[in-house]
Design a protein around this ligand. Structure first.
Ligand code: KG4
Ligand code: ZN
Length: 343
């Protein structure tokens, strides 16, 4: 079964073809980051217009590189939410139109379900059940993933997401937008021990996070120093150490509380080297294994949406899926409200 995946929830247009027998055949991505960086953040209206420009050429390119024709596609999977309403509508409308024209099913996929299942695209892949640490620009959550459609929220941020904290702190350090990767690069020149920042909610007893206070602590530090390149690097390192320690400790607590031994890290912050090193060494000391999707699947992409669609189709072999006759998007959508596949 060949599934075309369409991701347009934020500032990346991602298209992919996933075949249930042959795996991922091709995928393409266009990132709008350069356009938005001028404004210091994503401008929703510009995002929607750019998705309109990119989506059809990318679909053609993806089909061409997989040497597939439109008529070989058996189903469409598009991101239905959460995300920017206008941006989501672009992917949903093209997905529904293709479904209607080709008389094939269209599945509206939850963006975070895509992230949660994306580690299964890599080898070695985890087996169900596992814990997922979802750390992106918009989300910071610890989830228990028992099977396709069976997700339990264990904890989440009460304010800023981890990626948002990276981006806001990077901005304070003059690193541009989005600044997570640049901050992490700067931190490599930082000297450990010069500054120590708070570890918010480390001992809260639950699996929730809070990151908005960290950027305020960074701002206070910045206002007290003469900012040289070295001081910026020292602050970047202190910030990264604080966030990495909290993410690591809470992830390990999630493993020990559930008795599970596999941890999957998904979302853009999962690209952070220090987080990867720290998580892997601490988890293996406790007999657990950490899985990271390849970098291209860590950030937003179409492959995870095509894959989530294929998993849902396979999980409900007897369900009759109809071509789309209408479509909706859910800009806000709780993952736990997601329907479980019919068996
Ligand atoms: O998952 P993602 O591509 O997009 C969504 O938010 O859905 O995540 C983007 C986030 C941004 O906040 C970016 O600054 C952060 O991931 N990020 C990083 C690194 N690379 C990307 N944060 C820390 N270290 C990195 N190396
Ligand atoms: Zn995402």
């Amino acid at each position: 079964m060949l599934v075309l995946g369409i991701e347009t929830s934020c500032d990346e247009t991602g298209i992919a073809l996933f075949d249930t027998k042959r795996g991922l055949l091709s995928h393409t991505l266009y990132s709008q980051i350069e356009m938005h960086s001028e404004y210091g953040g994503v401008v929703p209206e510009l995002a929607s217009r750019d998705h309109i420009r990119r989506v059809l050429p990318l679909i053609k390119e993806t089909l061409l590189s997989a040497k597939c024709g439109l008529h070989e596609i058996n189903a469409i999977a598009y991101t239905q939410g959460p995300g920017l309403a206008g941006a989501l509508l672009v992917g949903a409308s093209i997905g529904a139109a293709l479904s209607f024209a080709l008389k094939i099913p269209a599945l509206g996929i939850h963006h975070l379900e895509g992230h949660l299942l994306s580690p299964l695209l890599s080898t070695p892949a985890p087996n169900f059940p596992f814990i997922a640490l979802l750390v992106s620009g918009g989300h910071t959550q610890l989830m228990q993933v028992d099977a396709v459609g069976h997700y339990k929220l264990l904890g989440e941020t009460v304010d800023d997401a981890a990626g948002e904290a990276f981006d806001k702190t990077a901005k304070l350090l003059g690193l541009g937008y989005p600044g997570g990767a640049a901050l992490s690069k700067l931190a490599k020149q930082g000297r450990a021990g010069r500054f120590k920042l708070p570890r918010p909610m480390l001992n809260s007893g639950d699996l929730n996070f809070s990151f908005s206070g960290l950027k305020t602590a960074v701002l206070t530090l910045i206002n007290k120093q003469e900012i040289t390149q070295q001081t910026s690097a020292d602050i970047a390192l202190a910030f990264q150490e604080a966030i990495v320690e909290v993410l690591t400790e809470k992830s390990l607590t999630a493993l020990s509380r559930t008795g599970l031994t596999q941890l999957v890290v998904a979302g853009g912050v999962g690209a952070n080297d220090q987080l990867r090193q720290n998580l892997s060494s601490k988890a293996s000391a406790k007999g657990a294994t950490v899985f990271y999707p390849e970098l291209e699947f860590c950030t937003d992409n179409g492959a995870m949406i095509a894959f989530a669609g294929a998993m849902r189709l396979q999980a409900s072999p007897d369900k009759i899926w109809s071509p789309a006759s209408s479509f909706t998007v859910n800009a806000r959508w709780n993952l736990e409200m997601l329907e479980e596949p019919d068996d």
